[in-house]
Design a protein around this ligand. Structure first.
Ligand code: TRP
Length: 340
């Protein structure tokens, strides 16, 4: 019996992060652990979006530079395998900037101003009328990142869906102009548990809110963070019935406790009354310490060999550049910009 012909090559994933700080448990739940799974079934590119990070960090380029390595360490420590995933540095692939330059003619300023994520971020950063042009136009740069690799799937948080919509508008407009399907439309892959609240109970764990637990946190930092974890402000005495909604200790246990059966019992007891926060937090501390200890150990080990990390980034970037350069050639040719 002859084997069936090898089926089509795996779908391409493009995902990435702005390297502006070390990654935390929110990133782990929202993207990192999924990427570790995806890498077995897809051709996955993971981009360190350092150029995009500059769109609102021109006053602190050193921070971006430092965090490229920090974020790469986080990736490798959680199990992203450079033999399976291609990790690349955005700024080292000039074809991404080149594509951005052409795509900017396929979007209007009005459309960029209407992008809900850009709009929200402008308010958040207090730009008011002084919006860096690079910031306003970063959706076009994100379209370049995605289309350069002909990615069909883009794992992102909910807040990034407008970027995917805008990318697809650019793709359709370009393909119509070129009269052929050169660029590929993509789909957002939004995780089910996409968002982890901060230790303070705020809706999102985020560096700027100072409510994170970093993947590289020391044992003492984890202990201190668990002490601060927001629970149920109405649960004043142990015998009082406790509430689970908005209770960050239980939300984290839902996400990370490997013994979900015991957790269900603990929740029932808490709701009934008679279970103190200190017991819940003791469990949370144990779960987080056990989960983060091996990640921290791997991270510390890897951090000793910076040369090895840089080689991974160099190789990944070189491989990615070949792909992006092919797309840029096709795009330019379709625009009549090929001469020799
Ligand atoms: N904008 C993304 C973020 O803030 C980072 C990013 C840049 C990205 N280019 C991308 C994500 C392309 C997915 C695909 O997290």
């Amino acid at each position: 019996m002859s084997l069936p012909a090898k089926s089509t090559s795996p779908a391409v994933i493009l995902t990435g992060d702005r390297p502006t700080g070390p990654l935390h448990l929110g990133h782990y739940v929202g993207s990192l652990r999924n990427r570790v799974t995806y890498q077995h079934d897809y051709k996955q590119y993971i981009m360190l979006a350092d150029s995009q990070a500059l769109t609102d960090n021109m006053d602190d380029t050193g921070k971006v530079h430092r965090n490229v390595v920090e974020v790469a360490l986080d990736y490798l420590a959680v199990g992203i395998d450079p033999a399976k995933s291609t990790i690349l540095i955005q700024s080292q692939i000039p074809e991404l900037a080149e594509l951005t330059f052409y795509y900017l003619n396929l979007v209007t300023v009005a459309r960029l101003e209407r992008n809900p994520t850009v709009k929200a971020e402008i308010v958040l950063r207090g730009f008011e009328r002084d919006i860096p042009a690079g910031f306003l136009t970063y959706p076009a740069s994100q379209a370049a990142d995605i289309t350069a690799f002909k990615a069909a799937l883009v794992p992102v948080g909910e807040d990034q869906i407008p970027m995917i919509e805008q990318t697809n508008e650019i793709v359709r407009r370009f393909n119509r102009l070129a009269n052929q399907d050169i660029l590929v439309e993509c789909k957002a892959l939004v995780p089910e548990i996409g968002r982890l609240p901060g230790i303070d109970g705020k809706a999102k764990m985020s560096k700027s809110l100072g409510n994170t637990i970093n993947l590289g946190a020391s044992a003492a930092e984890i202990t201190a963070a668990v002490k601060k974890v927001y629970t149920d402000p109405l649960h004043l005495r142990v015998e009082d019935p406790g509430h689970l909604e908005g209770n960050v200790a239980f939300i984290y246990l839902d996400a990370f406790d490997p013994d979900q059966a015991a957790l269900a019992e603990m929740k029932a007891h808490y709701v009934r009354g008679g279970l103190g926060d200190s017991i819940v937090k003791k469990r949370l501390e144990l779960v987080l310490q056990e989960m983060l200890a091996p990640i921290r150990a791997r991270r510390e080990e890897l951090a000793k060999d910076r040369g090895y990390i840089m080689q991974i980034l160099k190789d990944g970037t070189a491989a990615a550049r070949e792909v992006a350069a092919r797309t840029a050639d096709e795009v330019k040719a379709a625009l009549g910009l090929s001469y020799f």
